[in-house]
Design a protein around this ligand. Structure first.
Ligand code: GCO
Ligand code: MG
Length: 403
């Protein structure tokens, strides 16, 4: 089973997606997600210029060997662009292996550990009342876990707020980044009041999550975590920029609010200390950005050894192929925690024929062989790439901060 054709497909049905299609000598096709929001074309070029020429004629069944060939063979290891490109090859090879075997990928990973994949939805609002109503709406639709974000009074723009017409917001707009202003004081005052209202009005019979999106210093994060303890969050996500892994010792020593980190990580080395020292409770690496199914499984196994559960990134900037790949892993690992699920904007369904479906707080993978997502290439061509940049953030004095 040799690889005889490889193609990069860039499409924008509401958001930009980069996909890789591999075809084998015996007629199987495999799809992989290579989407890196805001830097899509860098991955597309890395694949086309540096990876695809190496795949021609390779044995498609040798997934781990191909992974090592691309990771070690580049010499320049890791980084989001390289690892997203390797991820796409890896997913496409697992898709092919499943199709060749006539089995869904989770069967190849050891079979189902659970009936379905518990997901959390994204509720947000222009203020506390709207956010509480947004959480209630998710609960009405059967979700048992909801992330709550709200516009912060006094700040013009806040991370994570939907447009009002849909929870599937797209923060990346325009060829030049939008600039937002950030102030930590009002945020630290507001979030505990929001969580207090959510629990007072809706009770404790469901899980609530919150994403601080890398904005705080370690001691500010510790302060927030401690002030949220009465509301028993499922997790507080990305309180500080996690390239500084030892910062989490400070946060951890002050609060028992559970911590989730890792959507921007692309290798096990990015979370070695966080997991090895049990500084976090959930690791958020995704199949799309952290080296594919092959490498994410190793991260999740390492996490399991240290009592850390999974909570893979699943924002709408991951294509349905990447979401499906995450779901197969989620089904097959013992230490699954939760899966993020934002859904996709409407035109996406014209390009992707998605095998998984939502029901009663869970996503269910299909039993189609492989990853279970088909791509309509004619439809994909009808949505050409649109340059979109994620916002940037400044403090009141004009200095750069983390978005
Ligand atoms: C999340 C994330 C996203 C990211 C986005 C960037 O928790 O879902 O923080 O909202 O900001 O994926 O492309
Ligand atoms: Mg996040």
């Amino acid at each position: 089973m040799r690889i005889v054709d490889a193609e990069v497909v860039v499409t924008s049905p509401g958001r930009n997606y980069v996909l890789l299609k591999l075809t084998t000598s015996d007629g199987h096709t495999g799809w992989g997600d290579a989407t890196l929001n805001g830097r899509e074309l860098a991955v597309a070029a890395y694949l086309s210029e540096h990876v695809l020429p190496l795949l021609d004629g390779r044995d498609a069944s040798r997934i781990t060997d191909t992974w090592g060939f691309l990771y070690r063979g580049a010499y320049w290891r890791r980084g989001p662009v390289t690892m997203t490109a390797i991820s796409a090859v890896d997913q496409a090879l697992w898709d092919i292996k499943g199709k060749a075997a006539g089995l869904p990928v989770y069967e190849l990973l050891g079979g189902r550990c659970r009936d379905g994949v518990t997901v959390y939805g994204h509720a947000s609002g222009a203020g506390i009342e709207e956010t509480v109503a947004g959480v209630q709406d998710f609960l009405d639709r059967g979700y048992r876990a909801v992330r709550a974000q709200s516009r912060i009074p006094g700040l013009v723009a806040t991370y994570g707020i939907g447009t009002g017409v849909s929870e599937v917001y797209e923060p990346a707009v325009g060829a030049v980044p939008m600039e937002e202003i950030w102030e930590t004081g009002p945020y630290l005052d507001f979030v505990p009041r929001m969580m207090a209202r959510i629990r007072a009005e809706l009770g404790y019979g469901f899980d609530v999550l919150h994403d601080a999106h890398h904005r705080l210093t370690p001691i500010q994060a510790a302060t927030l975590g401690r002030s949220l303890e009465p509301y028993r969050l499922f997790w507080l996500e990305d309180p500080t920029p996690a390239e500084d892994q030892s910062a989490f010792r400070v946060i951890r020593s002050h609060t028992i609010t559970p911590l989730a980190v890792g959507e921007v990580f692309n290798s096990v080395w990015d979370c070695q200390q966080l997991i090895g020292e049990r500084l976090i409770d959930y690791v958020r690496t995704s199949v799309t950005h952290a080296g594919g199914i092959t490498h994410v499984r190793r991260i999740f196994d390492f996490a399991d050894l240290h009592g850390v559960q999974t909570g893979a990134h699943g924002a709408g900037d991951l294509s349905p192929v990447g979401i499906a790949a995450n779901l197969h892993v989620d089904m097959a690992i013992p230490n699954f925690g939760i899966q993020e699920y934002m859904g996709h904007v409407e035109p996406t369904a014209r390009v992707f024929d998605v095998g998984y479906h939502y029901s009663e707080g869970m996503l269910h993978v299909s039993d189609r062989p492989g990853l279970g997502v088909d791509v309509n290439e004619d439809a994909a061509r009808a949505y050409p790439y649109v340059p979109r940049q994620l916002p940037v953030v400044r403090l009141r004095d004009g200095s750069m901060h983390n978005w």
